[in-house]
Design a protein around this ligand. Structure first.
Ligand code: SF4
Length: 273
């Protein structure tokens, strides 16, 4: 837990002009980080104050009508390391790009990142988090990934505390979730999706995580799809019309997406309007 680092970071950022939500949340987080660093026990009211600072993102494009709770790619050392690897799909990360130029989003996700990674928030506090949903579905992680067991513990508890929703939970860092599943079990309303970090290559899962995984999600290039007759499920329609990654029982384990840059060519090839 990098509590001292994040306390210093928030103090260094200071007040941000014309961003009252961030400034208010910053004060709450600084107070809670100080309490925690000083060894004081946080009360349920303290935890609820933290939960009230969580930013829920309204998603657009493929994820129109979906909301997500996400940490920040900009704060995640594992994401940063993968982004440096030219062989990784994270080398061209769309989330890093959008967090990079949208400064308000970056600050909102920084707040989420600190809450997820620095506090062990009880289920009863997570219950107060309002997660809008028009279809009973929600997404975990749209602009980041878990960076610690503390974060995966909190995410499992968010899912447990909102049993009326079904969550598609996305990660490349399945090792953290493995620890959380041992502790809390895997919630029945969680669809657990492990993304492959290389194009055209489904990740090989370790035996210990396999029983928990609903889908392996892999991105393919058009050339590879054409050559190897890969079945594509994703990239040419919206999640709300598909829901493959947001329903508990379906037989499709490997979910394949066409690379965004190749979507037009793929649609023309398949005769998709
Ligand atoms: S397969 Fe369907 S539900 Fe999953 S990400 Fe693609 S469009 Fe969304």
């Amino acid at each position: 837990m990098k509590r001292k680092y994040y306390l210093q970071l928030l103090e260094d950022i200071g007040e941000v002009k014309r961003n009252k939500p961030f400034n208010t949340k910053r004060i709450v987080l600084i107070a809670m980080l100080k309490k925690s660093i000083n060894g004081e026990v946080l009360t349920l009211a303290d935890y609820i104050a933290l939960v009230n600072c969580v930013h829920v993102s309204a998603l657009t494009g493929k994820l129109d009508d979906f909301y997500s709770i996400s940490s920040s790619v900009a704060e995640n050392p594992i994401c940063k390391a993968r982004a440096k690897n030219k062989c990784s799909i994270c080398h061209e990360c769309y989330a890093a790009e959008s967090v990079g130029y949208r400064s308000n989003l970056r600050l909102s996700l920084l707040i989420n990142h600190i809450i997820m990674n620095c506090f062990d928030i009880p289920v009863d506090a997570w219950k107060v988090l309002s997660i809008p949903s028009v279809n009973g579905k929600a997404r975990i992680e749209s602009h980041g990934d878990v960076a610690s067991i503390a974060a995966s513990d909190n995410i499992v508890k968010i899912v447990i505390s909102h049993e009326w929703l079904t969550f598609g939970v996305w990660t490349k860092n399945h090792g953290f979730y493995y620890r959380s599943f041992l502790k809390y079990g895997k919630p029945g309303n969680m669809v657990f999706i492990v993304s492959s970090d290389k194009l055209n290559t489904p990740i090989e899962l370790p035996e210990n995580i396999k029983p928990y995984v609903n889908h392996v999600f892999t991105v393919y290039t058009f050339e590879y799809v054409k050559k190897h007759n890969v079945i594509i499920h994703c990239g040419y329609h919206q999640c709300k019309n598909c829901l493959l990654c947001y329903t508990i029982d379906n037989d499709t384990f490997y979910v394949n997406e066409i690379l965004k840059a190749d979507t037009k060519r793929y649609k023309a090839y398949m005769g998709i309007e």
